[in-house]
Design a protein around this ligand. Structure first.
Ligand code: SF4
Ligand code: ZN
Length: 399
């Protein structure tokens, strides 16, 4: 029925630079995004797929286009809290399509179509839409109606992304004030085990999933929709180490779900038993031994970080589901959490980050610290960094 095969067996495959016919979003595109919106039953035309702007068949081989994916769902039992949960499934189901690859989430998405799948006849986003509607409604019968709009017209993509951003922010806002101490359970996610078989995401009110797509509230909504699914409750158990934020319940789940490979997880440390990473982290925190501090880099940062490696090199280092001391994959919004790497000293230990992130999380950085954190604008390498930090009297220099 479809020109290419569909199934979970394709989920772990990526489409490399030289193999794609066309790509959408990613670092070469300023605007891209996806959003699931809950509508009332009569507002959704079931199975409608619309493409606004050029479709795959109108695109030249090797090109990159902006893309916004708008998914509208309706169903008696749906709740607004479930929107982000469904949004994460876009990632999962796109990756079920043979030779179609989806990465990241929200306004960071990146998709590629493999030359082979194009050759086999996948030439329209219409078909991609039909496939994902089929998967959504088969696997999540709670969705009664669903329509999908793919927008590739650059102006319209920009317009939709700018409208989606406040929605993403409002979702994050709802968690403000909630603490790990104040809840009984955390949530775990193993959706990415197809890429990283020992990786388990632990999601707390103060630690968003590293892909930036699933908050504690989303975890709760998801475990309600599908208790046996990839997102599940993690009873906290006993707080074994209040400094290192080690919980017996977290260790148990991590041990069980990593098939014994990982035994201890410190929720807020990059230096000791850090949280594992699959490959979808929005950003990476990396230890810089010369200054005993941390650098942060996000996926869209083009060029080399202060230690000379670009995002992609560091990503290869940290991904795959292992515990790598000195590295942690994380959501950008984790920088705003009061528990951000608190075991290691928190924001006061951060010495370098791209100016874009600095601007993004500005209100979370203490005013006396803001100018002491270097960015690509001030320093280009570790020597310059040391000089900058000394001059600025950054807290890492006083230890
Ligand atoms: Fe789930 Fe974590 Fe993968 Fe996000 S990165 S989909 S939370 S396993
Ligand atoms: Zn992942």
């Amino acid at each position: 029925m479809f020109p290419v095969d569909v199934g979970p067996q394709y989920e772990g495959e990526s489409v490399r630079k030289h193999d794609f016919y066309v790509e959408f979003g990613g670092p070469r595109c300023e605007y891209k995004g996806e959003l699931v919106t809950l509508r009332s039953v009569n507002e959704v035309e079931h199975e409608r797929v619309e493409v606004i702007g050029p479709d795959i068949k109108d695109m030249a081989e090797g090109t990159t286009s902006p893309l916004f994916i708008g998914v509208e769902v309706a169903g008696e039992q749906l709740e607004v809290d479930m929107e982000p949960v469904f949004e994460r499934r876009i990632h999962q189901y796109c990756n079920y399509i043979e030779g179609f690859w989806h990465m990241a989430q929200r306004d960071h998405i990146w998709l590629r179509l493999h030359k082979e799948s194009h050759k086999k006849g996948l030439r329209s986003l219409q078909e991609v839409g039909q496939i994902i509607i089929m998967l959504f409604t088969n696997e999540l019968p709670i969705i009664e109606k669903m329509q999908v709009t793919f927008i590739t017209d650059p102006e319209k993509v920009k317009e939709h992304v700018l409208k989606a951003r406040p929605v993403y922010d409002a979702r994050d806002e709802r968690l403000k004030g909630m603490t790990e101490e104040g809840v009984e359970e955390f949530y775990g996610c193993v959706l990415c085990q197809s890429f990283a078989p020992t990786h388990v995401c632990i999601i707390t009110p103060e630690r968003m999933s590293l892909c930036g797509a699933i908050s504690w509230l989303d975890g709760r909504a998801s475990s309600k929709i599908d208790p046996e699914g990839a997102i599940f409750a993690v009873p906290k158990g006993e707080l074994l180490d209040p400094e290192k934020h080690i919980y017996s319940g977290v260790n148990e789940i991590v041990t069980q779900r990593s098939l014994g490979r990982i035994a201890v997880c410190c929720l807020h440390s990059a230096l000791e038993n850090p949280h594992t990473a699959c490959g979808c982290f929005q950003s990476i925190c990396f230890y810089i031994p010369e200054v005993d501090g941390f650098g942060i880099v996000h996926r869209d940062f083009v060029g080399e970080t202060v230690i000379g490696s670009p995002f992609s090199t560091l990503a290869a280092e940290v991904s795959g589901g292992q515990q790598r001391e000195g590295y942690v994959g994380m959501a950008i919004s984790y920088l705003k959490s009061p528990k951000f790497l608190i075991t290691d000293g928190g924001l006061r230990r951060v010495v370098w980050m791209p100016s874009a992130i600095k601007e993004w999380v500005k209100e979370a950085i203490p005013a006396d610290l803001f100018d002491k954190i270097a960015s690509e604008k001030e320093v280009k390498n570790v020597d310059e960094l040391v000089e900058f930090l000394q001059e600025a009297e950054h807290p890492v220099m006083s230890g």
